[in-house]
Design a protein. Structure first.
Length: 89
């Protein structure tokens, strides 16, 4: 069971600003989630495939890409044939 002090510690580690008034509600919700995982652990599921690995995605099929002009036509700003974005720092 998760306590209110656990929630405060987790919030501090995650750098989430929650007020003292919100801690009891977060504690209740967190414990409800953990209880649900306990229920899921009791559910019988299908067994895993014999080889253990299954690719559920489509096979890669090479296709022609868009021409550079078509890609840049939708860009807000371009520079030297590239999409120019705001500096992030």
């Amino acid at each position: 069971m998760v306590t209110e002090s656990d929630i405060e510690h987790i919030a501090e580690l995650a750098d989430i600003g929650i007020s003292r008034d919100e801690v009891p509600e977060f504690t209740r919700q967190f414990n409800a989630i953990l209880e649900y995982f306990e229920v899921l652990d009791t559910v019988e599921g299908e067994s895993a495939p014999a080889d253990g690995i299954t690719n559920v995605f489509r096979e890669d099929e090479p296709r022609p890409c868009l021409p550079q002009e078509a890609v840049l036509a939708n860009a807000g700003s371009t520079e030297n044939g590239f999409i120019k974005t705001p500096r992030v720092m």
